[in-house]
Design a binder for this molecule. Structure first.
Ligand SMILES: [Zn+2]
Length: 329
C-alpha cells in the first residue's frame, strides 16, 4: 500500500506535464534559419503572397508546419483564423467587388503559471504582401522580403525559442496576419474577435515590420512605433540592458503607430501594442518594389535583432506584475 502511494507520488511529481519543465540550454537564433524562412516566403514560387492567392496559401501552410513541428498549438480549432472581405481595390477590374477569402495564422503557447497564463502577450507580423508590383525588366513579382517575410521570420524564430525554452509564465500568442496590405484587415478581424470574447486579457503586443536592413548612424538598433505613447521602449531597453530601441522622428511624423497591425489591437484593448521596425525611409530602396528580394536582406543583422529582443519578451512573459503600459491611460 505504502509502495503504491510512493509510486503514485513519483508519478505525480515526475509524470506531471514534463513538457512544461524549463529547458536550461542556451538557444540562439542563427542567420541561416532566418535566411531559410525569408528565402522561401519571398521566393518567386509564392508570387508575392497576395491575400486570396495560391501563394499566400502556400505561405500559411509553411507557417502551420513550423508551428506544428515546434509543438506550438493552434489557438482556434485549426491554425487558420478565417475572415473575408470585399475587394474594392483590385489590380484587375474583373475582380472588383468580389469576396476574398483570407486567414491569419495563429499559434498559442500556454504559460506555465496557473494565474499568469491568463495574461496574453501577442507577437505578430503580417505575412501577406501585394502580389505584383510595377514591372522591371519583365519581373512583376513583388517578393516582399523585407515587407514582411522579415517580420514573419522573427515571429517564427521567437516561436521556436519559446517552444523549446518553455520558460514563459504568461501565455504567448504568435500571429501572422493576412490582408495587412489591404488596410490592416487581418488584425482588425482578430482583435475584434478576441475583444468579443470578453475575457481575453491582452497584456501587450509586439509587432514586427521590415527588420531586414540596419539603419545608419543611429544610437539604437530598432525603432518602436508610438515610442512616446508608452513605457514599452524604456522597458525593452531595461530588460535587455542595451539601447536596443529608440525613437525615429519620421515614425512619429508619419504616425506609423496607426499604420500597422498593432493599432487595431491597441484600439480594441487600450493596452500597449506597438511595432518594431528598422525601415527608416532612407535605408531601403525597394519598398513595394519587385526588387524587395531576399538577397537584399542582412540575415546576420536580423538574427542579432531577434536574439537581442528575446530577453525583453522573456521578461515580459515572467514579471510578477504587468509593467508595460500606455501613458495617460
Ligand atoms: Zn508591411
Amino acid at each position: 500500500m505504502k509502495k503504491i502511494a510512493i509510486m503514485l507520488l513519483f508519478t505525480f511529481i515526475f509524470g506531471c506535464k514534463p513538457a512544461q519543465r524549463e529547458n536550461s540550454k542556451t538557444i540562439t537564433i542563427t542567420s541561416e534559419e532566418i535566411k531559410e524562412t525569408v528565402s522561401y516566403l519571398a521566393s518567386d514560387d509564392l508570387k508575392g503572397r497576395n491575400t486570396g492567392s495560391e501563394g499566400i496559401d502556400a505561405a500559411a501552410t509553411y507557417i502551420e508546419k513550423q508551428f506544428k513541428d515546434l509543438g506550438v498549438k493552434p489557438y482556434f480549432e485549426t491554425y487558420r483564423d478565417h475572415f473575408q472581405f470585399t475587394n474594392t481595390r483590385p489590380k484587375d477590374v474583373s475582380e472588383m467587388n468580389k469576396e476574398v477569402k483570407a486567414f491569419n495564422v495563429v499559434g498559442f503557447l500556454e504559460g506555465s503559471d496557473p494565474v499568469l497564463k491568463n495574461e496574453i502577450i501577442i507577437l505578430g507580423a503580417h505575412y501577406d504582401h501585394i502580389g505584383e508590383g510595377k514591372a522591371v525588366e519583365g519581373d512583376l513579382i513583388a517578393n516582399g522580403a523585407n515587407d514582411n517575410a522579415a517580420g514573419t521570420s522573427a515571429v517564427l524564430a521567437l516561436a521556436k525559442y519559446f517552444s523549446a525554452k518553455k520558460n514563459n509564465k504568461r501565455s504567448i500568442m504568435f500571429v501572422l496576419f493576412s490582408a495587412e496590405e489591404k488596410g490592416l484587415l487581418g488584425s482588425k478581424h482578430l482583435s475584434s474577435l478576441l475583444r468579443e470574447k470578453g475575457n481575453f486579457d491582452l497584456y501587450t503586443m509586439v509587432n514586427f515590420e521590415m527588420i531586414g536592413v540596419p539603419m545608419k548612424d543611429k544610437e539604437y538598433t530598432v525603432y518602436l512605433s508610438g515610442y512616446e505613447l508608452s513605457n514599452m521602449a524604456e522597458k525593452i531597453n531595461e530588460y535587455t540592458k542595451t539601447k536596443l530601441v529608440g525613437l525615429l522622428p519620421k515614425a512619429k511624423a508619419f504616425n506609423l503607430f496607426k499604420r500597422s497591425d498593432n493599432y487595431p489591437f491597441h484600439n480594441a484593448f487600450s493596452v500597449a501594442c506597438q511595432t518594431i521596425s528598422t525601415f527608416d525611409f532612407t535605408n531601403y530602396d525597394y519598398y513595394h518594389h519587385v526588387d524587395d528580394e531576399a538577397e537584399h536582406m542582412d540575415f546576420n543583422f536580423m538574427a542579432n535583432v531577434i536574439n537581442k529582443i528575446i530577453p525583453a519578451i522573456e521578461t515580459m512573459a515572467n514579471t510578477p506584475e504587468k509593467e508595460i503600459y500606455m501613458y495617460g491611460e
